[in-house]
Design a protein around this ligand. Structure first.
Ligand code: ADP
Ligand code: MG
Length: 343
């Protein structure tokens, strides 16, 4: 495997070949008769202070991968290494120690924040769980409220009194209470209106830069992911199909799926606007995925080989792509897929 996939000794997070399936159906006796492959052999690494964006349509396995990283779910196979320690099987105090170093922010602060709690108690709760004294908790909570752009007096209110954007600020403050080095942001702005999205994104950026945080930033919207990420991993039906520097992924997409996501992105400059490549049909079911490339049913470039052999990620410089357009023939060998004329 290439270095880009496995990371280096300086990574904060190294995920290698992680897979996760769920029971999809059971017979009358409760025996599992089919499994759904939510994540298939995913590898990624994140450096300190770096934001890796994880993008793909709904159902592609992004949240499952985020939960596996957070150890909210157990992997079926693969390895998760946080700051050099293998936490794949961590339990008890080892897992508690890991949880201090990484936190998660969810899409919907409405359901992730208890409406019956005062905001200051929500933010201080992780501190209490880790034995921080009351006086220190109060001081830390005030600081965190200010850090996320709220007022210290907001601590005495209930989260239910706040707007969606303010609630997401509270969720971010709580995630930062234990001073983690890595934050998994799972669609943190997807439930917000566009202007609030921009404000929360810029808050996340400034917190990252001030505190040297690393993010695994999950979203289905490539424009949002591009805005905040240093590198982007594109996920389709459980697999990472392309990964590389954010600008490179968005300027020269190597995978036809990335190209399709990009062409759906609004561009302020009409001259930049790509010919819109419509993703026709639905993403196939992750149960009993047919052999070959998972994108073949929607790919305008699909060849015989794509229906038979699943493409592996191949590195071309600092970009990796899993597509037979690059590894057999080879037609593209790492060049942008946009050079192929459209029919
Ligand atoms: P995304 O976040 O990209 O929308 P998810 O990781 O939520 O994707 O889901 C990936 C696939 O796994 C979907 O088909 C989803 O229905 C399935 N899935 C996720 N969580 C579970 C679960 N706990 N049990 C069964 N299936 C699940
Ligand atoms: Mg999700």
């Amino acid at each position: 495997m290439s270095e880009a996939a496995t990371g280096t000794a300086t990574s904060i997070l190294d995920v290698s070949d992680v897979s996760k399936s769920f029971p999809a159906s059971k017979d009358l006796l409760g025996r599992v008769t089919a499994r759904l492959q939510a994540v298939v052999q995913a590898s990624l690494s994140i450096a300190p202070g770096e934001t890796l964006g994880l993008v793909g349509e709904s159902g592609s396995g992004k949240s499952t991968l985020g939960r596996l990283v957070m150890r909210l779910l157990d992997v079926d196979a693969g390895r998760i290494v946080l700051e050099g320690s293998d936490i794949t099987e961590a339990r008890g105090s080892e897992l508690r120690a890991a949880r201090r170093k990484m936190q998660i922010v969810f899409q919907d602060p409405q359901s992730s924040l208890d409406p019956n709690w005062l905001v200051r108690d929500i933010i201080a709760e992780p501190l209490r769980a880790y034995g921080v004294t009351r006086a220190e908790r109060e001081a830390a909570t005030e600081r965190l409220l200010v850090d996320v752009g709220l007022e210290p007096t907001h601590g005495a209110r209930y989260a239910s009194e706040f707007s969606g954007g303010q609630r997401q600020r509270v969720a971010i403050a709580r995630a930062l209470a234990l001073e983690p080095n890595l934050v998994v942001c799972d669609e943190p702005v997807s439930a917000l209106d566009v202007s609030t999205q921009a404000q929360v994104l810029s808050l996340l950026e400034s917190l990252r830069d001030r505190r040297g945080l690393a993010y695994l930033f999950i979203a289905h919207d490539l424009a949002v992911v591009h805005h905040i990420s240093h590198r982007i991993a594109v996920m389709y039906l459980g697999r990472i199909v392309e990964v590389g520097p954010a600008d490179e992924i968005c300027r020269r997409p190597r995978h036809p799926y990335t190209e399709a996501l990009l062409s759906a992105m609004p561009s302020p400059n009409p001259a930049d606007r790509r010919q819109r490549i419509l993703l026709t049909g639905e993403m196939p079911s992750p149960v009993n995925t047919p052999p070959g490339c998972r994108f073949q049913t929607r790919c305008t470039h699909a060849m015989d080989r794509c229906r038979e052999i699943e493409p592996e990620l191949v590195a071309f410089g600092d970009v990796e792509v899993a597509c037979h357009l690059h590894d057999s023939g080879p037609i593209l060998a790492g060049a942008s897929v946009t050079v192929i004329p459209r029919k």
